[in-house]
Unconditional design. Sequence first.
Length: 310
Amino acid sequence: VEFICICFLGSVSFLCLLCTEYPVFTPSALVVKYGDPANVACDVCQKDCSGDASGLEHGVGKVTKNGTTMFWTVDRLTDWDIRLLCFYTSNQCTSTLNPTLYRKYLPESVSISFVNHTEMMFENQQYTLQCSVQNVAPVQSLTVTFYRGNTALDHLQSRSEQKKPVNETFTLNITPSREDDGAQYWCETKLELGPAGPQRPPVVISEKLPAIVHYGPELKEPPNPDVITITEGDTLHLNCSSVGNPSPSYNWTRPKNSSSSYTGSVLTITSVGFEHKGQYICTVSNTVGTVTKEFNVDVQGECCQILPGK
Ligand SMILES: *[C@@H]1O[C@H](CO)[C@@H](O)[C@H](O)[C@H]1NC(C)=O
Ligand SMILES: *[C@@H]1O[C@H](CO)[C@@H](O)[C@H](O)[C@H]1NC(C)=O
Ligand SMILES: *[C@@H]1O[C@H](CO)[C@@H](O)[C@H](O)[C@H]1NC(C)=O
Ligand SMILES: *[C@@H]1O[C@H](CO)[C@@H](O)[C@H](O)[C@H]1NC(C)=O
Ligand SMILES: *[C@@H]1O[C@H](CO)[C@@H](O)[C@H](O)[C@H]1NC(C)=O
Ligand SMILES: *[C@@H]1O[C@H](CO)[C@@H](O)[C@H](O)[C@H]1NC(C)=O
């Protein structure tokens, strides 16, 4: 039972028994693996030890006393809500200790997925990643980090104060770009139990979730000059190489007199003739979109280069 003292300044005065010396727990914090033994000592007084009514309230375990020191021990601590209360009635002083329990292999499992099982993603649209953590205790001490490859995207923590093992799902919104195609998403959970906890915080990571980001074709080569001038008999390369997911297909429209249709990314004419003059249009498309590139080709005879100004 805690003693509450309210003092009003001025008109009314109360007799207040103010606690001057609180009982001291050693160690001051207790972090225990579920099922492990635990012990703690409580010194009720150091200076004014005139009284002798002291106690240590405990749900489990046993208490032994030696003078003003009490020792609490338990062989196997399995009570998630354990709370120890050490008191000294002669001066109304009470201290409490809330040991933290954690599970050995916790969380038991961590998995990552997309909300609504999105297998396929499109560039610049928003998706939700979820990291599901099972049987974690205490969830308050858990930090969840989402990663894309080696890049940490965000750190999340639970708002729950539940001490018993819980299942919890953490979510992160992402808007993938084409550079993220093929990247792997995963999440890491770390139980940070402070200096009284294990030296190496327990870490559990999820499997890796590959991202497939679909995006429309993008030309790899810069645009052309307005007119490509080439000398008769030379080799002409029209480069329309593009990237896209899925891989784009190509379709060329050529000047009327040229031969059949072509579906490669680079159109090559080994010996250019005057009939190759004109406009070429490359159409690149995939399921997401289409882009086109124009080439205007002018063919000059050899005469024109060797006879300037005549
Ligand atoms: C009690 O504490 C005193 C002083 O620290 C010590 O000498 C003594 O052995 C203790 N008694 C028991 C039963 O632990
Ligand atoms: C998931 O799908 C359900 C039903 O189709 C929908 O109500 C919900 O908003 C979706 N959630 C997200 C995050 O897209
Ligand atoms: C967590 O999920 C697992 C598997 O679905 C289930 O067996 C377990 O009872 C759940 N735990 C809690 C605390 O809800
Ligand atoms: C076409 O352009 C791509 C991308 O710049 C390049 O990798 C490829 O070598 C080029 N092909 C030719 C035949 O010039
Ligand atoms: C290429 O484009 C032409 C003209 O737009 C069209 O008639 C033809 O079917 C296309 N070929 C392919 C393989 O897409
Ligand atoms: C196409 O061929 C015809 C006859 O062979 C010719 O008269 C015409 O000028 C040619 N057109 C182009 C653009 O080369």
